[in-house]
Design a protein around this ligand. Structure first.
Ligand code: PMV
Length: 307
C-alpha cells in the first residue's frame, strides 16, 4: 500500500479578482489535510472509497467528470498506464466547499498516491497541472491558485497564467480561520461574479484593480516587518468583496465578532457567501478572538501561523 497527502489552503488576499488577472496571495493550512492510500484490488476494477463524503463506488460506474475518477484517469494517462485492479481510499479533514481547498487537495493527494503506486514520483508542477485539469471540469474558469498553493505547500503570490512567485515572510503572523458552517460551491459565486462583471464591466474592473493594489501592498508589508498593518488591508479587501456581492450575513457576523474581540482585521476567504473567514490575530488576542468566533456561531476555528 502507498499513501500521499496534501494540505488545505486559504486565500489571504485577492480572491475573485485573481480570476480576472489580478494577483492573489494564498498560504497552505497544515492543520487540515487529505490522505489518499492506494492498494491492489482483486479483479480489474478501480474501487474508490471516499467514505468521508459518504461515497464508495467503482470508477466504471460514474461519469468521467467525477472528480476522483477524473484525477485517476488524468494521472494514469500522463504516466501512460491503464488503471486496473486498484483500491483508492480518500480520507480528508478539510471541509468541502468552504474555501479551504478540499477539491484541490483531493486531486493532488490522489495524483501523488497513484503515481507512487506505480513506482513513479510526480513533481509539484505535475501534481499542480493535473489538479488544475480537474478544477477546470468543476469551476469553469478557475484561476489556478488553489491547485498551485496546495501542490507546492508554501505561501504563494499568484497571477493567473504566470509562474507563481515565492516571497519572504519577514515576521511570522497568526490567523484565526473560522467556518460559517455554510457550504458554498466556488462554481456558483464565480459564476455570479461573472454575470455581474458582464453587466457592469467598468465598475467591476475598477474594484478588481483596487483589490490588485491591496494584494501588492500586502506582499510589501509581509516582506517588510509590519504584518500587523495587514489587518487594515484585510478590512479593505473585505469591503470590496462585499461590494462585489460575495459576502453574506453569516460572514459579516463572524468578521464583526473577530474585530470586536481584538483582531487586527478580518475578511472572507475563498468564493464567499459561506465558507470561512480569516482574522489577523496577535498572540495576546488569539484565545479571545477564537472564543468570540465560536460564541458567534462558527462551526470550527483553527489558528494557524504563517511563516
Ligand atoms: O476554492 P475557493 O472557494 O477558495 O475559491 C477560489 C477563489 C476564487 O478566486 C473565488 C476562484 C478562483 O478560481 O481563483
Amino acid at each position: 500500500m502507498v499513501m500521499a497527502t496534501a494540505p488545505g489552503k486559504i486565500i489571504l488576499f485577492g480572491e475573485h479578482a485573481v480570476v480576472y488577472g489580478r494577483p492573489a496571495i494564498a498560504v497552505p493550512v497544515f492543520q487540515v489535510e487529505t490522505q489518499v492510500s492506494v492498494e491492489e484490488w482483486r479483479g480489474t476494477q478501480v474501487r474508490i472509497d471516499a467514505a468521508d463524503i459518504g461515497r464508495e463506488y467503482d470508477m466504471a460506474d460514474v461519469p468521467p467528470t467525477d472528480p476522483i475518477a477524473a484525477i485517476i484517469r488524468l494521472t494514469c494517462a500522463a504516466l501512460g498506464i491503464e488503471p486496473r485492479g486498484l483500491s483508492v481510499r480518500v480520507r480528508s479533514t478539510i471541509p468541502v466547499a468552504r474555501g479551504l481547498g478540499s477539491g484541490a487537495a483531493v486531486s493532488v493527494a490522489t495524483a501523488r498516491a497513484i503515481a507512487r503506486y506505480y513506482g513513479r514520483d510526480l513533481s509539484r508542477e505535475q501534481a499542480s497541472a493535473l489538479a488544475f485539469e480537474v478544477e477546470k471540469l468543476h469551476h469553469g474558469t478557475p484561476s489556478g491558485v488553489d491547485n498551485t498553493v496546495v501542490a507546492f505547500a508554501e505561501p504563494i503570490y499568484y497571477v493567473r497564467g504566470k509562474p507563481f512567485e515565492r516571497f519572504r515572510t519577514a515576521a511570522p503572523f497568526h490567523l484565526a480561520i473560522a467556518d460559517t458552517g455554510i457550504p458554498s460551491p466556488t462554481l456558483i459565486t464565480v459564476g455570479d461574479v461573472r454575470r455581474l462583471w458582464e453587466a457592469d464591466k467598468t465598475r467591476y474592473e475598477i474594484m478588481f484593480d483596487q483589490v490588485g493594489e491591496i494584494v501588492r501592498e500586502a506582499r510589501n508589508r509581509i516582506e517588510g516587518r509590519s504584518p500587523a498593518d495587514l489587518g487594515q488591508l484585510m478590512n479593505r479587501n473585505q469591503e470590496l468583496l462585499r461590494e462585489m456581492g460575495v459576502s453574506s450575513p453569516e460572514i459579516e457576523r463572524l468578521i464583526e465578532a473577530a474585530r470586536r474581540a481584538g483582531a487586527n482585521g478580518a475578511k472572507l476567504s475563498g468564493g464567499g457567501r459561506g465558507g470561512n473567514i480569516i482574522a489577523l490575530v496577535e498572540e495576546q488576542a488569539r484565545e479571545r478572538v477564537a472564543s468570540a468566533l465560536t460564541q458567534s456561531g462558527a462551526a470550527s476555528v483553527i489558528v494557524t501561523r504563517v511563516e
